[in-house]
Ligand binder design. Sequence first.
Ligand code: ADP
Ligand code: MG
Length: 319
Amino acid sequence: MSEFDLIRDYFTHVGSGRADVSMGVGDDCALLRVATGAELAVSIDTLVSGIHFLADCGPGALGHKCLAVGLSDLAAMGAEPAWATLALTVPRADEVWLTEFSRGFAHLAEAHGVDLVGGDTTRGSLTISVQVHGLVPRGEAVRRSGARIGDLVCVSGTLGDAGLALRRLSAGEPVSDYLRGRLERPTPRVALGSALRGFASAMIDVSDGLAADLGHILSTSDVGAEIRLADLPLSPEVSESLESGPDWALPLASGDDYELCFCIPERHREQILELQQRLDIRLTIVGRIMPGNGLRCPLENGSTRQLDASGYDHFSHEE
Ligand code: ADP
Ligand code: MG
């Protein structure tokens, strides 16, 4: 199969067929019409086999995940996904692999009204780069820098599921469908992200663990925060695994959850409940923005502990 056949068979007409695409796959460039009054939000991520995913991860899951991580970045700015480009490096033109991969990609693209409008195809070790393009009303994107003292710190979904799945898979242990799905087919919180425009003061997606990612909000906003470990949202499987010993690395410092962490002024507190019900998504207040810098956890004895970006070092030594 030539490179052109491959592109024609697997990567043409992927997506929802948007009216704002003047030219998609098939010319030297895609031509896209950005709506008046909108800003273009752009983000790229690369997944390398053996580093960002296990070599035995199925192609359908990979097609999903390489787009999901980009959509999660758009969500974290409050942008609406519109277009994607895909740079794909594959060792060989395996038709079964390409069919499954493009299906996984297309399914998620259609669900979010995204068109695949171009890319690049090369031969080499399996590497997948996806650039996503979203639209956000000018000036309304939610940045990392807007957190203010007194704001509530909230998290969507549950934390640590993908980390637990990866830990079990890497150890050759059995893993439930739920945990595997959380690792291999993360759900980008796109509707939540755009619904938070105008309410959230700062937002980030949790891709490297809450301690590191909330840490980015804190340093960019020049504030600190206190979070309560007992309030971290956990799935039954993660809480069960924590019963055998307080291993805070899982909910605080393991990656790939693709949940949103956002700060919201106290006066918008009721929005949290409203969004939770309207979007049918779990939202948890885990703490509050405070003066100072860095992340702290109040302990049961009344003292507080400073956490570094890795989320656990002080606990693992002393608790
Ligand atoms: P050029 O040589 O001008 O860069 P290519 O031959 O690489 O063009 O690609 C031809 C067309 O196919 C272009 O529109 C390009 O964007 C698109 N394309 C190439 N690879 C992919 C891919 N993996 N997914 C989507 N579109 C692709
Ligand atoms: Mg060209």
